[in-house]
Design a protein around this ligand. Structure first.
Ligand SMILES: *[C@@H]1O[C@H](CO)[C@@H](O)[C@H](O)[C@H]1NC(C)=O
Ligand SMILES: [Zn+2]
Ligand SMILES: [Zn+2]
Length: 227
């Protein structure tokens, strides 16, 4: 019940922000601005999820302040990837919509005071980042378990698909972190962007990422019971 409240509450706030931007359209130029901003939010949300996923996979643990729960959830996901497919929608996504409530409220309050493009971009970006938790769950399901429209979007490359995300689930979990469209994965992996970033983190803090080492037993993938 609380999961539904958080999820639909946050979705409503973000929906109201997007509706506010749409209500501010007064010319064909405004239409282009809103569509362009929404598309930019879609493209950049994929990059945002890659950076976030990389960070929680590689640094900290369950005791880390603020992000501990998310870090433990991502680590548990490597170990038992099938459980994400067994959760009902609100039960799955409330984990991200909960921390997104305050930013969503701030975006709603700021919307009318920023340029139209930003008014459309901010809620769209946050919505897609939150929904990546569901896109991720879908990428772990078999096509036969998914609505046809989701399969069509995955096949068209609009949403991350099973094969591309499956490439992330190989020790040491060192690439293919994007979970919206997956468009950024080849670019980020081929340029070794995260290896570069990891060295900057070592330079600054001395902390090495988890993906430089083979996972210990706590991280090894388990076998789904009954399979
Ligand atoms: C990412 O996935 C592709 C296949 O889609 C694979 O060839 C590549 O090695 C993966 N990248 C990393 C860094 O694991
Ligand atoms: Zn991961
Ligand atoms: Zn996964």
């Amino acid at each position: 019940m609380e999961h539904r409240l958080v999820t639909y509450g946050c979705l409503s706030i973000l929906g109201a922000s997007i509706a506010g931007a749409a209500a501010d359209i007064h010319s064909p130029g405004d239409v282009a601005t809103v569509l362009g901003a929404t598309f930019a939010a879609y493209v950049l949300s994929d990059l945002g999820t890659a950076v976030y996923h990389w960070a929680v996979d590689n640094y900290g643990d369950g005791n880390t302040p603020v992000f501990g729960r998310q870090i433990a959830a991502f680590q548990g996901h490597h170990q038992r990837p099938w459980t994400i497919t067994q959760r009902e929608f609100c039960n799955n996504v409330h984990q991200v919509f909960q921390p997104a409530l305050a930013p969503a409220a701030a975006i709603f309050a700021l919307g009318p005071f920023v340029p139209l493009g930003l008014h459309a971009f901010m809620p769209s970006f946050l919505l897609l980042v939150c929904m990546s938790q569901q896109f991720h769950a879908w990428s772990h399901m078999k096509k036969s378990e998914l609505p046809e429209v989701v399969v069509a979007l995955q096949d068209a490359g609009v949403l991350i698909g099973r094969k591309q995300h499956g490439a992330h689930h190989k020790p040491n979990f060192e690439g293919n972190y994007s979970i919206v469209s997956g468009w950024w994965n080849p670019l980020l992996d081929n340029t070794q962007f995260f290896r570069w970033l990891e060295h900057r983190v070592v330079d600054a803090t001395g902390v090495e990422p988890r993906c430089w080492y083979a996972p210990d037993h706590e991280w090894a993938e388990q076998v789904q019971p009954g399979q």
